[in-house]
Design a protein around this ligand. Structure first.
Ligand code: F6R
Length: 614
């Protein structure tokens, strides 16, 4: 949801800002702009389109010559359509103060009416413009840049990660956060502020994560952290541990393809040090302090959005089966607004790759405010959700840049398997040898994924056949019903083919009406407890001339082969772990289909990686 990069130092700011924006483009890519401070004049250049369009606009006009202070923005539109005018940075009336903003100003209408009455003219349709006029309006009274920003922020409802520059104090950048992430990088005689650390690590590994309600005032050779109420904050710098290669494509054509192929490693990293070698039991350091709570939890609620919600559905099957605790899986966006009933000792798990998803964060806060303990399953270390939860488990999948989530999902599933096993240990709800059998198999999963990745050419050929299809149905049962939802989501978000996921047996209650020779149906049918049933569903589709693609395992032959038009055979695993494997061919299929259709798989239209608005 919008990427922000700001620079103050001795180097040329523009190339640095542009390279940071390219790294943050996954957060939004409908328009882009920069503001540079030149000898007391602020120059803004902005355009609809991607960072590459901004670069084309800047051309060789020499903007990179002198300025060593400035900032840039890559936008995911909330207020106002994505055009040149609404792109950020946004100026005040006199082009003396300029703002970039990620988030939503909820009371912008009230503020706008008041500011228009005061004589300010609005030139964009953005909510951000109130912020810059508001700062200007306070500046007129207090004649101090920092105080003006503080007073303006105090009047704003909603969320922001924002940076502001002013001609009046040209050697200063002020940034503030509420609800939208900001990180300060501290280098040698230079500072970089960005929406996430990926734009910072080429320059420094020393960072400070701003918390909600905090602002940073950066001047030459100095930075200060304060609350927006002017209280000083002292906090140690943190050191980023991931490497630059992890956020680069490493020879792959797309981040998504790289991340699909990384899954043997990302899953290994999720498990690293968590399965005790000698006895096969599970130990999760991040949950050790809440052992008793987990052991006696009367109910577990899992809340998340999108792909992470699908992981939660698989988690429901795992926890109920292994721990015998009732589980409810909630869309985070619904949980918050429906006055949920929480019992004493209920536990909530929130799942999030980015750790910044606004809806998930709101659900977390809602549960906390009602007295529940909330634990995280989060990928991005130090993210807001990771900080807000009482305890939790990092998935350690590494940075995920492709907008469509792939390796984060399989690491979430792996994390959920580990959590379920650990709770089962505490509760004695599963015999030790059963737990060991599962952890032994978990350790074999990375190799099995490698075998699936080797099916690339076959999956590409199947994708070619369906290049022009318009609809697709994904059906699965039990543990693989959520995989059907996830497969359909992957396809629609990157190839724009309409796809639906359903529990296979539900097909006859409605969707079967759609089946004909133009409706390809993907069945996820490994040989598990529902195999025979799902074969009947395959037959039902074939009887209506549907085209069937089946994902099954090596062990199953016969019926699935007989009734399928195309079959993708993957290694066999335990039923509860099968979603980790069955997901992979669906990711590969969606990827190839999208590439064949000429879609931008890493930056699908209308989407952004980290959804920090509600
Ligand atoms: C789909 C996808 C989204 C995210 C969702 C939650 O491929 O990536 O559906 O899963 O926006 O994001 P996180 O996990 O960052 O909270």
């Amino acid at each position: 949801m919008c990427g922000i990069v700001a620079y103050l130092g001795n180097k040329q700011a523009l190339p640095l800002i542009l390279s940071g924006l390219r790294k943050l483009e996954y957060r939004g890519y409908d328009s882009a702009g920069v503001a540079l401070m030149f000898d007391n004049e602020i120059v803004v250049r902005k355009t609809a389109g991607k960072v590459s369009d901004l670069e084309a606009l800047l051309g060789s006009n020499g903007y990179d010559k002198d300025a060593n202070i400035g900032f840039g923005h890559t936008r995911w539109a909330t207020h106002g359509e994505p055009n040149d005018t609404n792109a950020h940075p946004v100026f005040d009336d006199n082009n003396e103060i300029v703002v970039i903003h990620n988030g939503i100003i909820e009371n912008y209408k009230v503020l706008k009416t008041r500011l228009e009455r005061e004589g300010y003219q609005f030139r964009t349709d953005t909510d951000t413009e109130c912020l810059v006029h508001l700062i200007r309006s306070h500046y007129k009274n207090v004649m101090d840049f920092e105080t003006a920003v503080r007073l303006a922020l105090a009047e704003v409802d909603g969320t922001y990660g924002m940076c502001v520059l002013s001609k009046f104090e040209p050697d200063k950048i002020i940034a503030a956060r509420r609800g939208s992430p900001l990180v300060l990088g501290v280098g040698e005689d230079e500072y970089i502020i960005a929406s996430d650390a990926t734009a910072i690590i080429p320059h420094t590994r020393q960072v400070l994560y701003l918390l909600d309600g905090e602002m940073v005032i950066v001047t030459r050779n100095k930075f200060e952290i304060k609350t927006i109420h002017d209280e000083k904050i002292e906090r140690e710098l943190e050191v980023i541990t991931f490497d630059l290669e992890e956020i680069e494509k490493g020879g792959y054509e797309h981040f998504m393809l790289k991340e699909i192929n990384e899954q043997p490693d990302s899953i290994t990293n999720t498990m690293r040090g968590r399965i005790i070698k000698d006895n096969g039991l599970v130990k999760l350091g991040g949950l050790i302090n809440v052992t008793e709570k987990l052991k006696y939890a009367p109910r577990i609620i899992i809340s998340a959005c999108g792909t992470a919600w699908h992981a939660g559905l698989v988690g429901e099957y795992m926890i109920e089966q292994m721990c015998k605790i009732p589980v409810e899986v909630e869309y985070a966006s619904e949980f918050r607004y429906r006055n949920p009933v929480l019992y004493p000792n209920d536990i909530m798990f929130v799942i999030s790759q980015s750790g910044e998803t606004a809806d998930t964060l709101a659900a977390l806060k809602e549960a906390k405010s009602r007295g529940a303990d909330v634990y995280g399953i989060v990928n991005v270390v130090g993210s807001t959700i990771a900080r807000e939860t009482h305890a939790g488990v990092y998935t350690h999948a590494g940075p995920e840049i492709g907008v469509a989530s792939t390796k984060a999902f399989t690491s979430q599933l792996t994390g959920l398997a580990l959590i379920s096993l650990m709770i089962a240990q505490y509760r004695n709800s599963l015999p030790h040898d059963e737990i060991k059998k599962i952890t032994d198999e978990l350790l074999r999963i990375p190799d099995k994924i490698k075998q699936i990745l080797a099916l690339n050419d076959q999956i590409l050929e199947i994708a070619r056949i369906f290049k022009f299809c318009q609809h697709m149905l994904y059906l699965g049962r039990g543990y693989n019903f959520p995989v059907a939802l996830e497969g359909a989501l992957k396809l629609k978000e990157i190839s724009y083919i309409h796809a639906e996921g359903y529990p296979a047996a539900e097909m006859k209650h409605g969707p079967i009406a759609l089946i004909d020779q133009n409706m390809p149906v993907i069945f996820i049918a490994p040989k598990d407890s529902t195999y025979e049933k799902i074969i009947s569903n395959i037959r039902e589709v074939k009887a209506r001339k549907g085209v069937v693609i089946t994902i099954t395992d090596f062990d199953s032959d016969g019926p699935s082969e007989e009734y399928s038009d195309y079959i993708i055979k993957i290694p066999h695993t335990l039923e509860m772990l099968s979603p980790i494997l069955t997901t992979i061919p669906l990711q590969m299929f969606a990827y190839h289909l999208a590439v064949l259709r000429g879609c931008n798989v890493d930056q699908p239209r209308n989407l952004a990686k980290s959804v920090t608005v509600e």
